[in-house]
Write a protein that binds this ligand. Sequence first.
Ligand SMILES: [Mn+2]
Length: 505
Amino acid sequence: MIYLKDVTQLMSLQQDYLDQQVCMAYITIDNYEETLENADEPKMALIQSRSRQVIVDWAYSNGIIIRRFKSGGYLAFFNERTYRKQVENKFAILDTFKEMSKELDEVMTLSIGIGKDSRVLRELDEMASAALNLTYSRGGDQVAVKSGDDKKVRFFGGNSDTFEKSSKVRARVIAQSLAGLIKNASHVLVMGHKNSDLDSFGASIGVAKIAMAYGKKTNVIIDFDSIEKKTKEVAVQVKADSRYKGLLQSASEAMENINKNTLLIVVDNHKSSLALSKALLDRVKNKVIIDHHRRGEEFIEAPVLTYLEPASSSTVELVIELCDYQNVDLKINELDATIMYAGMLVDTNNFKQRVGVRTFQSAAHLKELQANVPMAYEFIKDSYEETLQRLSITQTAYQYNSQILIACGQDDEEYTRSLLAKSSNALLEISGIKASFSIGKVSKTTVAISARSTKDMNVQVIMESMDGGGHFSMAAAQFENRTIEEVRLLLEEKIQEYLDDRGEA
Ligand SMILES: [Mn+2]
């Protein structure tokens, strides 16, 4: 005997129930305050009304309840069905808003944090606000969705690189605060990151010059066991130069003279695990952070001043601006300027990536200060051996598709991370290529990927999907106890997911 039972009603009730689940979102406009600050009265009114109009029109036409809770900030409620519709069109509002902003000749984008899949409103609120913070740390122009079900975060958008803030107001304010802190200090220590590169070292020298101009005893912390090869050669040259007598100091030497008025300025990093000396960080009370990396979860505890500008090409670029606003004579000599120039070259891949108007202004300023440009290039040149090693990777490059190249190192050879990065940089220079990946062993058990992209692809998202990280156009990931081939297959899979997500397959 066969029983037939009509479950249509049950199913449609269930569907209805799911469709009606409440989602909550925080929506903010990136770069809003800065944009308004630089506009005259009529333009300001136009920016305010147009941006509001785009958001409100989108909300009303999609059945979203929306309220403005602060200048450039909105709170929204909608149900699951509306959410799915937005997922289907990949949150087209991001592009609509960007278009509007472009028409006004401004750079504003949206950041949206969504909380869903919880019946507790307070949880929705917490998830939405945590999601919003995540979009900030990733440079805005995207949607982050936190779900109470699986605790996983989904991202949409993020198709534009961090834009440059046109206002230098912040640089001036920071420069003045920094000067105040230096004047009140008994002496000043400057410290870069582990495995110091030329940006780290160059920025350290620049900051030291500021501190010395205020008549303070100043030391740059150096660790000759934790320094990148070319930077080491430059540091050795500095150490031997009589103009820099006593400037470079090891962390343990510095430890001996610390008192409660010591000022420690950390450059080119903001994580205590990356600092050259964790002991110094723990010991010194007054800390300043000057960095251009996107804010990560880990952050040095309780700095008295933080200058974090992810839109900046390099820490040197930030330091040069801080120099501009000091009211004392800085006495920057041609070697200082050359080292700083080399730092900018390294971080911008010879002014090819992450460059903005302010990057060139800083570079021009260094040239005025007698930076020796050919010598700066000499600082960063590869040796014959390094070049051969790089070529051995790049020659394996194959096309994943017409815009993406993947290259793999030899199974029996170990490479430095910077060599993998150079390989990817070189591949990105090939016409028509939007992203490049170099895979290779960095130790016996570790395989690393170095990823580079133009502004058309977000390699940060791809590397994050493999628990790596980085910037929009430079990112990396690493794997323990996997073969190069395994990593390569995984990478292909993640690239495909990325392309599918964006309908570019
Ligand atoms: Mn840097």
